[in-house]
Design a binder for this molecule. Sequence first.
Ligand code: COA
Length: 187
Amino acid sequence: MEQMLTNYRPVSYSQITLTELMVPAYANFGGKIHGGILLSLMDKVAYACAHKHAGNYCVTVSVNRVEFLEPVEVGEMVSMLASVNYVGRTSMVVGIKVIAENFKTNTVKHTNSSYFTMVAKDEEGQPTPVPGLILENAIQARRFLKTLKLKELRDRLKNDLEAAEANLDLEAHREWFVRERCQLRLA
Ligand SMILES: CC(C)(COP(=O)(O)OP(=O)(O)OC[C@H]1O[C@@H](n2cnc3c(N)ncnc32)[C@H](O)[C@@H]1OP(=O)(O)O)[C@@H](O)C(=O)NCCC(=O)NCCS
């Protein structure tokens, strides 16, 4: 029984928020914060959250859906709220909600939510099992279910894409190019 309990950790155990002020050095030529800066912060918070749950070093394996819905301005305080949404055997899906607070206008905007798949590694660099997840409320249980459904959809999409890639005959798809804003000038 003790072994079972120590092999599970509640979601709340590893929930982490990373907050950082957006300084001018982070801005692009348009004066907004670089997407790469936000991605880097997301990767850091995903790592910290996964590392705490797993108790082992972790690597980022994939990132699902990064869409910046609103620009982030210099001077805003960005917070990344990270939570383990799902665990497999050696992998974890960390959900990250990004919000930006503007103290001048007294507004808070939700700029994006993304899902990082992280894998725990042992001392030899091999994937190693992570503790199971204790879901303590309906929100956590729904996030777990949503991740399972997303995994199912992703597997289906991967198969469909592979089948489509195997059938990219240019002649058979000439009409597709005509519909798009491109010119075929094959040598
Ligand atoms: C990801 C990695 C650990 C997979 O190694 P592997 O020997 O193929 O291991 P496995 O097949 O046992 O997969 C390990 C886990 O990763 C998951 N996984 C592998 N590829 C994946 C992908 N493309 N997307 C999501 N999960 C993936 C597997 O489902 C498995 O999860 P589970 O144990 O919970 O079921 C290995 O490819 C790796 O180390 N990649 C480099 C990661 C890295 O350096 N990241 C930093 C990038 S800058």
